[in-house]
Design a protein around this ligand. Structure first.
Ligand SMILES: NC(=O)c1ccc[n+]([C@@H]2O[C@H](COP(=O)([O-])OP(=O)(O)OC[C@H]3O[C@@H](n4cnc5c(N)ncnc54)[C@H](OP(=O)(O)O)[C@@H]3O)[C@@H](O)[C@H]2O)c1
Length: 345
């Protein structure tokens, strides 16, 4: 899915939430979720990096594209960090996500690992976002916007095989790492491009889509990451919560998952189970399924909701799914998924 379509989708779905601050919006706060107490949240070693990351990370696209109110972002991120969040993911192109994150938490930079991405900036004017020049400029821009002198990880933002094979973008990231602008480098993407990226041996981490609606990576790339001790960060790990829609969503970013979900017809996404917000509801099963897969270290879940981190942490703390349930989800996928159901970027 291209960034344009994704951006449009996120603008429309989170626009309501972005309109007001958490303090002023009825129905968005729940005192029991907003306590500043650390929750018990597992941390995992992110492959061969020195980072031990909370299994639940934060995805910064939604606050950027949704233009979420700064007070709300500040509340959301500080509360989540106090509760155990330590992995924050953003990107050069998520509108002003980098700026909002910096405004919210740059004063406590040592409390979290910061990941960003390159490749989609600058736009237009014939600029090639994957060139050495663009990547170096983009990283400088991100550091300024993030109000820091280094990030912990920069991912190539879902470039295709052609860009990976050319090598210039990867070499630029290696240079940025040598210069101390980022401590580690990774590839964010899916399917055969992700496999190729792993096989180059140049990346410390892979960020990739895995959910009950998106299982290609489980056989294609996860085993390779395990062999090479690469850090694995899951995106789209709750399938964009696509069960929230009563009817087929109009935007392409989630419509493919909607179609897959309906064909897969898991009992936990059936009409009567979709409103179950507990560990055996669709969000609980999604998150417990994905984090239970060997080799997965963390998942960056996107949200504009300050209560969500604690809510999702509670789902995780219900523990991994029973083996039979994992086997059933895998078996159903193998039975139904055609070969064209590849990992979605
Ligand atoms: N190519 C790439 O590199 C790439 C692509 C996609 C995503 N990402 C990264 O991954 C992050 C997450 O994006 P995503 O596309 O993967 O989205 P996602 O995390 O699968 O889904 C996010 C959506 O799920 C909702 N949600 C979260 N927890 C929920 C729960 N327990 N019950 C119901 N709804 C829930 C959120 O709504 P609320 O606001 O209501 O919580 C939000 O709208 C992005 O922010 C970005 O950092 C990277």
């Amino acid at each position: 899915m291209n960034e344009q379509t994704r951006r449009d989708f996120l603008r429309t779905t989170v626009a309501g939430a972005a309109a007001g601050s958490v303090f002023g919006m009825a129905g968005t706060t729940n005192a029991s979720w907003l306590g500043h107490n650390a929750l018990k949240l597992e941390k995992r070693q992110l492959g061969k990096t020195d980072m031990k990351v909370s299994v639940l990370g934060f995805g910064g696209a939604e606050i950027g594209y949704g233009r979420t109110d700064q007070d709300r972002v500040t509340q959301l991120l500080n509360t989540a960090i106090d509760q155990g969040l330590d992995a924050i993911d953003t990107a050069e192109c998520y509108a002003d996500s980098e700026i909002a994150i910096a405004n919210a938490v740059s004063h406590r930079r040592d409390d979290y690992y910061l990941f960003t991405k390159v490749g989609h900036w600058p736009r237009g004017g014939g600029a090639d976002g994957w060139s050495d020049k663009s990547i170096m400029e983009t990283i400088e821009r991100s550091l300024k916007r993030l109000k820091t002198d280094h990030v912990d990880l920069v991912h190539l933002h879902s470039c295709g095989l052609d860009v990976l094979k050319k090598g210039e973008a990867t070499a630029a990231l290696e240079k940025a790492r040598e210069q101390g602008k980022t401590r580690y480098i990774g590839y964010s993407g899916d399917s055969l491009a992700a496999k190729y990226a792993i096989e180059t041996g140049k990346f410390d981490t892979l960020m990739t889509s895995i959910s009950f609606c998106d299982q290609e990576a489980i056989d294609l790339t996860l085993p390779l990451c395990r062999e090479r001790n690469m850090g694995v960060i899951v995106k789209r790990g709750i399938a964009n919560a696509v069960w929230r829609f009563d009817t087929k969503p109009s935007n392409g970013y989630v419509v493919e998952y909607w179609n897959r979900m309906n064909k897969l017809a898991y009992d936990f996404t059936s009409a009567e189970n979709r409103s179950n917000t507990g560990p055996d509801g669709p969000a609980g099963i999604a998150i417990r399924f994905m984090l239970g897969l060997p080799g997965v270290h963390t998942s960056v879940v996107g949200t504009t909701n300050p209560t969500r981190f604690a809510q999702n942490a509670a789902l995780i703390n219900a523990g991994p799914l029973p083996d039979e349930q994992v086997k059933a989800i895998r078996a159903r996928w193998k039975e139904v998924a055609p070969t064209e159901w590849v990992g979605l970027t």
